[in-house]
Design a protein around this ligand. Sequence first.
Ligand code: DHK
Length: 145
Amino acid sequence: MKLLVLNGPNLNMLGIREPALYGSRSYADLVRFIEETAKDAGVEVEVFQSNHEGMLVDRIQSAMGVFDGLVVNAAAYTHTSVAIHDALKAVGLPVVEVHLTDPETREPFRHVSYVKPAALATFAGYGFDSYARAIRFLSEALSSK
Ligand code: DHK
């Protein structure tokens, strides 16, 4: 089983950006955490980060036939991107939405998610553990298919 984890804009700034909200661990720490979680769950994982909407769309499209599922933190694009929503629907792979914080408890402009309607589940507000919950959820959902 092979999962692709997609991270959107400004997540590469983890550890520097608003540590009171996003924590003091770096993006490299997050990637390491995801890789260790995947190893423990017995799944292969690839992690991709981009600050560019089109790059994320390209990565989603090229996941077709290569990956079994997607874990998506589209970051700010969560709240704006019909293009990412359409790409997720187009490839038809199982998607789990994740966020470090819980956008629904933050500013009103974060209350809309264009990823959610394309996702099987959302894990938000658990910090790095949102990714662990998503990986375990997808690996269980896919192995019981
Ligand atoms: C990350 C971001 O960069 C924000 O734009 C989202 C998300 C929330 C997170 O919590 O992981 O609103």
